[in-house]
Ligand binder design. Structure first.
Ligand SMILES: Nc1ncnc2c1ncn2[C@@H]1O[C@H](COP(=O)(O)OP(=O)(O)OP(=O)(O)O)[C@@H](O)[C@H]1O
Ligand SMILES: [Mg+2]
Length: 195
């Protein structure tokens, strides 16, 4: 299946998840992440502010911030690359491009991601053996993940069933190391995609 078809299949499946199940899934994901020492220890966390049917990150971002981590969130640039700004509580967000909430704080530049100790990204699906993620088609996270060092944990948040055996991949696609699902956190990408 090609990327375009797979995106619409997954979007439709997400839309069919009842709101309360989606909420419960987001709580499971949040709790299993907050249980992990490598999440608790991260002083600077890059995350995203979820929208629509994505696994919700609002509670996760709030908890990380409350626990004392510095959380940076993306600010979508006109060229679809991601700038970063610091989250400083629920009152510090405003709608950006496509109505997605973004921090109003000073922009730290596209390279701010290089200093993150933990990177949490959205995805529609992840390939189990490669760790390659399918995003929404902007290439924003492919550019972002290319700036993240190999020892930094990178995690894509998924609904159940979105960790797939086979995922369409192109040379520019950047893998993640973990997929976080309601049923738990899975290490992915034992086989790296061909460069
Ligand atoms: N490093 C890069 N620099 C410039 N453009 C890029 C880069 N990586 C990917 N792109 C472009 O982004 C477009 C979309 O890529 P792709 O279909 O892989 O998106 P995606 O991974 O689903 O989206 P996202 O990364 O935002 O989640 C492609 O046309 C690709 O050429
Ligand atoms: Mg990609």
């Amino acid at each position: 299946m090609d990327k375009v078809k797979l995106r619409s299949t997954i979007a439709a499946a997400r839309a069919a998840i009842p709101e309360e199940d989606r909420h419960a899934a987001s709580v499971e994901i949040r709790e299993s992440l907050l249980d992990r020492p490598w999440v608790q220890m991260a002083g600077l966390v890059a995350c995203y502010w979820s929208a629509g049917t994505e696994p919700a990150t609002h509670g996760l971002v709030f908890a990380l911030w409350k626990h004392g981590a510095t959380v940076i969130l993306p600010v979508l640039r006109p060229d679809d690359d991601l700038d970063w700004a610091v989250y400083d509580g629920p009152d510090t967000l405003a709608p950006g491009r496509f109505g997605i909430m973004e921090p109003v704080d000073t922009r730290r530049g596209v390279d701010a991601i290089r200093t993150a100790a933990l990177v949490i990204v959205p995805a529609l699906a992840v390939g189990r053996s490669t760790g390659v993620r399918l995003g929404r088609g902007g290439g924003s996270y492919d550019r972002t993940l290319a700036r993240v060092g190999p020892n930094v944990p990178t995690v894509a948040l998924l609904h159940e069933g979105e960790l797939l055996d086979d995922i369409p991949a192109e040379p520019h696609d950047r893998p993640v190391r973990y997929a976080a699902l309601p049923s738990g956190i899975v290490q992915v990408g034992t086989r790296r995609p061909a460069e």
